[in-house]
Design a binder for this molecule. Structure first.
Ligand code: SAH
Length: 262
């Protein structure tokens, strides 16, 4: 291997040809599709995706050496941004035909996902096809009342339909990570609760899940300044714990929270 993998940038390159093929063939890509790949690394997935001949192919890679290498390898077949996915002005390149792929750097994968969820007004896309550590993927697709049900479950559920495609063993990567991975696919929902600012959902879930094991009573009371009218309206059993509330209940909490702070 020509490159010494950089741990800080979460570099675990996908080397298993079968897995790469499966990821590429998961969805229909044609000459009208745009592709954005996050963190293409050495370009293993990129290479295979190029065979699908999309209309535009963008990649964002933070590592300078890897970016240079991609430029040499792919020339003008793809548009390379040597930049950070967490700050790049994505609205400039995305549209509702864009399919976004990413074997994500694991240390920032939930940040990346959250960014796509919270900026839904400006970040258009058709599909997200992301690889996560299995444990994180399980939190995203968790069911109510389970211990891995949490903020990421609720945020994802708010505006995306999530589906697990497959688990991928650590032996499919170089260097081999300590844990297994899972591939998830996210479809934007047509109907979802509209917030003035989706950050209110982020905030409400953060406050409530801050103490996972405790009853929600105190946190909810404080959140709404002990206002009985609001509490009656919300009509949630305050003896429950964070993991016992449905996503829809968090959506109504966030709606009321927003009203208080207008
Ligand atoms: N997709 C490749 C590499 C995955 S490893 C493959 O499957 O083989 C994760 C990649 O994300 C690395 O190339 C790393 O340099 C890049 N990366 C890490 N942090 C990033 C960031 N903030 N913005 C863009 N790319 C980043």
């Amino acid at each position: 291997m020509k490159f010494k993998p950089n741990k800080k940038l979460g570099q675990n390159f996908l080397t298993d040809k079968n897995v790469i093929k499966k990821i590429c063939n998961f969805t229909y890509i044609d000459k009208n599709s745009d592709i954005l790949e996050i963190g293409p690394g050495t370009g293993n997935l990129t290479d295979e995706l190029l065979n699908k001949k999309p209309k535009n192919f963008y990649v964002i890679e933070k590592d300078k050496n890897l970016s240079e290498n991609l430029k040499q390898k792919f020339q003008n077949k793809i548009k390379i941004f040597n930049d950070d996915i967490l700050t790049f002005p994505l609205e400039k390149i995305l549209n509702n035909r864009t399919i976004i792929f990413g074997n994500l750097p694991y240390n920032i994968s939930s940040k990346i996902l959250t960014r796509f969820i919270l900026n839904h007004d400006t970040y258009k896309f058709k599909l997200l096809i992301f690889m996560f550590q299995k444990e994180l993927a399980n939190r995203i697709i968790a069911k109510i009342n389970k211990s891995d049900y949490g903020r990421l479950t609720i945020l994802s559920n708010w505006r995306l339909n999530v589906q697990k495609v497959m688990d991928i063993s650590s032996g499919s990567f170089y260097p081999k990570p300590k844990v297994e991975s899972s591939l998830l696919v996210f479809n934007p929902k047509k109907d979802y609760v509209i917030f003035k600012n989706p950050n209110s959902l982020e905030k409400v879930t953060r406050i409530i899940f801050n103490e996972r094991r405790k009853k929600i009573r105190n946190r909810i009371n404080r959140m709404f300044n002990y206002d009985n009218k609001i509490l009656e309206k919300i009509n949630i059993n305050l003896n429950l714990r964070p993991q016992n509330l449905y996503p829809e209940e968090y959506f109504s909490l966030a709606k009321e929270y927003e009203k208080l702070r207008k």
